[in-house]
Each structure stands twice: as structure tokens, then as C-alpha cells.
Design a binder for this molecule. Structure first.
Ligand code: UD1
Length: 373
């Protein structure tokens, strides 16, 4: 069986690793990784391959940054000849970034089988570019690997036939459980002079939070207020750094400790030992649920509802008041002692193996998907 993985942006790499490693254990599987180049800085891309203990990509399409149309189009154009040449049995796409949709679209049009890892998530918010990517990728995929039962229900409600849906669990959790001992050993908080469970860990990069001056200003003012209570560390995404500069907001949060983007192990180490996480990331909502760390998500909705119903996540308004109220609740709650017992079903570190087994089982069998009206 010949599998071709398409990845491009930071959150893809943690999802790729468990599948790649599970497939490497099987002599019947040949695999190739194509990096679209959506993310290209070393600290947004290159460092993860070494840390995740996976080989560097076989090919990089170097599409770089641009508007959604330009970036997606560049992946489509550059990926087509690669797929035509390789003709794999499966094209695997991950998550919900622009590279995910572009990969699925090219493969589907070439008549290649597409499998979507992390299928079925829905925020019901079409202002999020990721929601559009999720909807369309799921429409195109032949096999849909879901992380939770709500995702199965979303796909069935969208008319996806049940035999194409496989509930396999959460691949991000495979990576987290595998690398947690190494992350713990790093003790990043000590390197930064922070006391365990006495600091907040922050990440913000969604366009809805950082592209409008008013919202970004409120968030930074809220973080500055929080920093008067506990130290705040904020590894800053290049998009957010650029917006802060452009909008002249540099002086709004002088007490907040801004860091360059972190590696996977450094971030995991800091998250696990923090008092609380404040974020708009998708992956961190899941990671904090597994670790039992209180999480505040600065968004009006989430495509990962089990992190609220089963986990430690809570949605907050992207305002000073929203942060104030959320932090009070998070500090009152503290770390969840029963996080392991409450882990959502199949968030057990074995999702990658289930995916590879299903691909091998279906490689010859499952007919190419007919168009869904
Ligand atoms: C993308 C994903 C988002 C994911 C995020 C994780 C889409 C639509 N969005 O958003 O779902 O949560 O990745 O990081 O696919 N930049 C750099 N260096 C890099 C990459 C980006 O400086 O290596 C800067 C550029 O100014 C670029 C901006 O960040 O224009 C945004 O990058 P882009 O890939 O378009 O989207 P993200 O905001 O990273």
C-alpha cells in the first residue's frame, strides 16, 4: 500500500507523526510526505520534525504565505504533478488548514482515494476559514477518521454514508502521551524562572482575535491586568506579532512575557505545569483536557465540544471582562485530578494504529466516493 501524506502548517505535524510512525511498523506500507510550505519558518515547521522523531518531508512545495485564494491555489497547482507522478493508494490530509483542503481537492479530481484525519469537527461558524476547509474536505474524502462521537454525528447529518466514517480517536493525544515524559523532563517553567502552577500560558493567533485593533487591544489589556496577579507567558505567533506592530499596540502589555514560537516539547512542558491556559487554538483545548489543566478559549464557539462537556475547557469573550471572569473560575477550579479517568473515549494513544489498519483494510475494497449532492 502506498500512502502519501500532505501537511503544511504547524498543527498538522503533531497529527502526522502517529500515523507515520504506525505505518513505519508495517512492511506492506510505503509512504511519502509532501510539505506544502504553508509554514516555513524553522520555529513554525522544521523544528517539529526532529522533536516528533519523524523523518523530514520528502518534498516541499514552498508555497509560503498569501491570501487564502493565493495560498490554496499555489498548493493545488504545485501538488497536482506530484500526485500524478506518485499515484498513491491513499492521500492523507490532516486537520483543517488551507493545505488540507487543497490536498483533498487535487487528489479527488485525480481520482485518488482521500482519507481525512480529524474529520467531522464543526464550529458552525463560517467566518472561520477552518470551518470552510472542514466542510469541503469532509465532502471530498473517501474515508473519514473522527476523533469523537460528536464528529460522527455531524458527518451523518451532512449525508456522509456511515461506512465511510471511522471513529478512531484523537491522533494529537497519541503524540501527547508519547512525548509527555520528555516534555516533563524539560521543566521549561524552571528555565524561565517560573513556579509550578503559578503562571498563565497564553496563545492567540486567530484572525477573529488578532486582526481587529479593538479586539486585540482588549485582549492585550486583559492580559496586562492578569499579569498583575500571576506571571503570564505568551509565545507569540508571527501573525500576532505582525498585527501588534502594525497596529502600534506594543506598549499595551509590558508585564506580559512574550516569547518566540516554541517547539512542541517546550510548549507541552509549559502547559502541563501552568495554572491555566488562555488560548484560541484548537489543539490546546484538547491537550489541556487530557492534562487536566484549566483552559479558557477566547472564542464564541468550538468545534471540539467534548473539551467542554468532558474536559477543562470554557469559552470566554475576547474582552478584559471575559478574561477576568474566566481566570477567576479557572483558578477556583484548579487542575482536574480525575482528568485521566474522564478522558474522552479512544483518546488513548492508539489512534494512529487504528488509522493505518483501516487504510490497509480498505485499500482495495472501498469504492471511490460518488459525488454527494
Ligand atoms: C494557519 C491555519 C490555522 C492554524 C494556524 C496554526 C489556515 C486557514 N489557517 O493559520 O488554522 O491554527 O496555521 O499556526 O490554514 N507566517 C510566518 N512564518 C511562517 C508562517 C506564517 O511569518 O512560517 C506569518 C505570515 O505573515 C503569514 C501569517 O503568519 O501571512 C499567517 O500564516 P498562514 O499560514 O496564512 O495562517 P496562520 O495564521 O498561521
Amino acid at each position: 500500500m502506498h500512502v502519501l501524506h500532505v501537511v503544511g502548517a504547524r498543527p498538522n505535524f503533531m497529527k502526522l507523526a502517529p500515523v507515520l510512525l504506525a505505518a513505519r511498523d508495517r512492511p506492506d506500507v510505503q509512504q511519502v510526505t509532501v510539505h506544502t510550505g504553508q509554514h516555513y519558518d524553522y520555529d513554525m515547521s522544521g523544528q517539529f520534525f526532529a522533536e516528533l522523531e519523524i523523518p523530514p518531508p520528502d518534498q516541499n512545495l514552498e508555497v509560503g504565505s498569501g491570501s487564502h485564494a493565493r495560498q490554496t491555489a499555489a498548493v493545488i497547482e504545485r501538488l497536482e504533478p506530484v500526485l500524478e507522478h506518485q499515484r498513491p493508494d491513499w492521500v492523507l490530509v490532516y486537520g483543517d488548514v488551507n493545505s488540507t483542503l487543497a490536498g483533498a481537492l487535487v487528489a479527488a479530481k485525480l481520482g485518488l482515494r482521500v482519507a481525512h484525519v480529524e474529520a467531522g469537527l464543526r464550529s458552525r461558524d463560517r467566518t472561520m476559514p477552518e470551518e470552510i476547509n472542514r466542510l469541503l474536505t469532509d465532502r471530498l474524502a473517501d474515508l473519514l477518521f473522527t476523533p469523537s462521537r460528536d464528529a460522527d454525528a455531524n458527518l451523518l447529518a451532512d449525508g456522509i454514508p456511515a461506512e465511510r466514517i471511522r471513529f478512531v480517536g484523537n491522533v494529537m493525544v497519541d503524540t501527547l502521551l508519547r512525548l509527555r515524559p520528555r516534555a516533563r523532563a524539560l521543566a521549561m517553567h524552571r528555565r524561565l524562572g517560573l513556579a509550578e502552577r503559578r503562571y498563565a500560558f497564553v496563545t492567540l493567533h486567530r484572525p477573529s482575535n488578532v486582526d481587529r485593533r479593538e479586539t486585540l487591544g482588549e485582549l492585550l489589556a486583559g492580559l496586562e491586568e492578569l499579569a498583575a496577579t500571576i506571571p503570564v507567558v505568551f509565545p507569540i505567533h508571527p501573525r500576532t506579532r505582525a498585527r501588534i506592530q502594525e497596529m502600534g499596540l506594543n506598549r499595551l502589555a509590558p508585564s506580559v512575557r512574550l516569547l518566540s514560537p516554541l517547539g512542541y516539547l517546550e510548549a507541552l512542558s509549559l502547559v502541563e505545569c501552568s495554572a491555566l491556559v488562555l488560548t484560541d487554538s484548537g489543539g490546546l483545548q484538547e491537550e489541556t483536557t487530557v492534562l487536566g489543566v484549566p483552559c479558557l478559549t477566547a472564542r464564541p464557539n468550538t468545534e471540539r465540544p467534548v473539551t467542554i462537556t468532558e474536559g477543562t475547557n470554557r469559552l470566554i469573550h475576547s474582552t478584559r471582562e471575559g478574561i477576568r471572569e474566566g481566570v477567576a473560575a479557572a483558578l477556583a477550579m484548579g487542575h482536574r485530578a480525575d482528568a485521566e479517568a474522564r478522558r474522552p473515549p479512544l483518546w488513548d494513544g492508539r489512534a494512529g494504529y487504528r488509522i493505518v489498519a483501516a487504510l490497509a483494510e480498505e485499500a482495495g475494497g472501498l469504492p471511490k466516493r460518488a459525488a454527494v449532492s
